[in-house]
Design a binder for this molecule. Sequence first.
Ligand code: EPU
Length: 418
Amino acid sequence: MDQIVITGNGPLHGEVRVAGAKNAALPIIAAALLTGEPLRVSNVPEIRDIHTAIKLMQLLGAQVEFADGELCIDCGELSSVRAPYELVKTMRASILWLGPLLARFGEADVSLPGGCAIGTRPVNEHISGLRAMGADIDIEAGYIKAKAQRLRGAHYAFDVPSVTATENLLMAAALAEGTTVLENCALEPEVEDLAVLLQQMGAGISGAGTSTITIEGVSSLHGTTHRVPPDRIETGTFLVAAAATRGRIRVVDTNPDFLQHVLGKLAQSGAQLELGADWIELDTQGRRPQAVNVTTAPHPAFPTDMQAQFMALNALAEGSATVVENIFENRFMHVAELQRMGADIELQGHTAIVRGRPRLQGAQVMATDLRASACLIIAALAADGDTTIDRVYHLDRGYANIDTKLAGLGALVRRVKS
Ligand code: EPU
């Protein structure tokens, strides 16, 4: 199992290119199930979750080619509609296979994902939404077994604006009979991007990017080409790493429009920001960051996927701040690891009270989930001495070549086999 060893050596500086967004690419791959024609996707990130998604497609019988960020998926003929536990447990986004499989093949057999390091992560919204569209769904031996001759358009209002449930129903409704109206939809840019893709495939969708989306079902969809948008969370992660190490970096091939709250918080921490159409420059002028309060909420508010990174920033900042997690009930596993590095953090339910320390010390720490790993990387870059991060497979699920990219920004980082 790989470990990453980082020797804290001061400010990050230079330019880094951001990859395509994991959370946009995964629903795009699932959407390939909706058509018998090839779907060609570019700017696909070289990360573990994408390889898992490809493995799942191949297991179902799809033809897949993937090289240099270019992916071609052909679901002309499938031999199975079953997403097995062995793959689903390593990638919860496999739940996205449920809606499209059911809509196109009338049947789907998708393992329940089970628990996760950041919370229980229920899938009740996915199931109720599909039932509202006429699906017959049973839970048997840990699997969601769904059947429907043809899904019917329905009116469904989400109790919570779930990202993947909105995406699942959007895909299912695209091939349903009649009109579907989805209310209280998630507003994350990845949902809107999926709607654009589905429109390119021939779906009738209006209202994407707002909380009410209307889908006119069609009997078949066709292949198309699509480019995965830049990863807003990878962008934010590099910017916070630069802010925490008192550095100056330029992040390119990104989209500043996706990150308004995060950029606002970085400006509040004292960093100077300059934005272009597809780049962001952050300059701390060598100053220690000021502590900033953050409260996570659905898009367009502050994203839960950036909470852990700001926890690391606050642990090193001047002053005290509160970090409130409102999306997932257990997304504070990184706190105990930061404490091992000398951070002063007190947990009170969903709130962390962080009192900044001028320095943290390198230590042996363990990554518990994807964004917790990013938090530990940031702390390690700014800490004194060596930090060894265990279980970096979490990191590899969502960050493409992060060690190489950090080395390009001047970090002393190496990957070792334990
Ligand atoms: N929820 C329910 N019932 C459901 C579905 C969700 O109660 O059926 C609740 C969840 O428990 C949570 C809230 O709704 O409290 C929002 O969760 P959501 O369903 O939106 O999360 P998700 O779709 O499972 C996606 C991202 C996550 C990201 C969240 C929130 C993908 C593949 N994953 O997950 O990304 O944290 O939205 O923005 O898009 C990550 O990249 O590290 C990651 C975890």
